[in-house]
Write a protein that binds this ligand. Sequence first.
Ligand code: GLA
Length: 390
Amino acid sequence: MVEDIVTKFKELYKTEPVVARSPGRVNLIGEHTDYNEGFVLPAAINKEIYFALAPNGGSIMRAYAYDLEESAEFDLNNVQRSEIGWANYLLGVVAQLQKANYEVKGFDVVFGGNIPIGAGLSSSAAVECGLAYALNYLYAYGIERFDLVKMAQKAEHEYALVMCGIMDQFASMFGKRNHVVKLDCRSLEYQYYPFNIDHYRIVLCDTQVKHSLASTEYNTRRQECETGVAMLQKLYPQVNSLRDVTEQMLESHKDEFDPVVYRRCRYVVQENLRVEDACLDLERGDLKAFGQKMFASHQGLQHDYEVSCPELDFLADRAREFDGVLGSRMMGGGFGGCTINLVQLDKLDEFTRQMTAAYQQQYNITLKTYVAEIVDGSSLVPIDFSKTSR
Ligand code: GLA
């Protein structure tokens, strides 16, 4: 894959590029907690986007999207949102660098990879992080990794117009091979946990649906959480976010809440506790207990936070019934995308077979499944250029 991208680059731009990669992510537990200053537990996975790029001596960005076979050019002296969807992820990053007073000289770029789009594996974050990482290297800006993460997140807000939290970009940039990483989205402190699952695998079941509600409902959830915080703040001035809220606080004022807002808040408060408990499970090596928290997370997302959909519920229910699954839940923003499952290695084939058959029968859609391996975050890729010429 990476060789194809480099070959394409050389064919188009007649020079040898710098090559970087940035991965997609899974999230084991801690959903819709990032923008509530809570905890998340993601990992970078072996679905990645590669970037080949080199300066071109001018002041334009010439970009080629390998998977779409589309190209476009942009004047870097006048960066603004584009009609071309994929270009906005690149332009958004350039705009953030410029905003922070870094000079972005003209460059050529070819990018592409194997992260399925719209499956909830954060292909957009991987594109943003990959370009930010590559430009930081190419032009030796010396920007810290965490600042690149924040720029990538801002790019998503301002150019993709999605008000995401920080998890996806953080995971793509900070992933570590065979580890999950717990991020405290308030302090931005993080801790790696070895994810020793020798006899199990992380299996993603892709519903292949993306309900149109997804982005509007995402923003609605953010607002509902803010409504809950505003109300509690009047009673408890120390409350700045749902992170500061306890179950007791919620319970003792239940009647004063709009019932929907109450359930949203309860879910977030409980999910934060689950992430902390799940990390203790990992420390104890108790994967079974860890998996139980994944099931509980799904229940909360389905019934209290209401960001699931029938297809995700169906897959999570079937997985729960399957002997050999430790945990299963919807993953990411919701309303489609994938479930994440911890599946016993020697039952992997049977799991895939049964899930595929059940999903086919129910929805007449051929399920896609991926076995995810946990890899390092954004990095350079050493290239043997002799292997890339045609
Ligand atoms: C999307 C967002 C993340 C996070 C998840 C839900 O993936 O990009 O920031 O909010 O949804 O956990």
